[in-house]
Design a protein around this ligand. Sequence first.
Ligand SMILES: [Zn+2]
Length: 254
Amino acid sequence: MEFFDSHSHFNDEKFNEDREEIINLMYKENITKTVCIGYNLKQSKKAVEISKNTAFIYATCGISPNDIEDFNEKNLREIEKLSHNDKVVAIGEIGLDYYWNKENKEKQKELFIKQIEIANKLNKPIVIHTREAVMDTLEILKKHPVNKKGIFHCCPLNVELIKEGLKLGFYISFSGNITFKNAKSEETVSIVPNERILIETDSPYLSPEPYRGRRNTPSNVKLVAKRVAEIKKVSIEEIAEITYRNAMKIYDIN
Ligand SMILES: [Zn+2]
């Protein structure tokens, strides 16, 4: 049984002390692929560097709405240049975040749209971060279609968003949030068909139960798989296989 953690941040400084060790451990525990997600220029460069050094780690490049200070034309050109690379499998994480930033909504939208244009130019999918911005996110995706589609990462447990996202052809990636008590995980996980579901850790953030609050690592993707298996009433082996296959497909890895 092998797992694909569709979204992690080995570029994060929380891994500076023991990055190699955790990468080796993850592989030993059968998490045999992950994508190191960029979120600003510096961390996109770092993600590409990590992917170059490790065969089973891929990368994305992008500027997230929470790193809006990185938004200028020069940096966008850099993101595009960095993404001209076989190990860069998507543009992301990009999107809208009105939870942390309400004051610059227009600027966030502009940055999101410009990076959708980069994805379309390079023919790559996108990885979407959306928080408290469901309507605006969907509106932008409808007005600015992404050729290669993409992934709603750490998908908010919002039935409306998931239904609309599926209609637009996107994949839905669940993280440790579905293991939390009171999470609306049953009704949201069960509406995602097998061919569109992904699992992720978002390491080092968002540890699943029973490790909530501690540093997360890709090994914990098994706990997310276990919860999905419980809800869908199938074996964890089946969820591992389905989500692995889906991740290979959306990220176009052979
Ligand atoms: Zn992330």
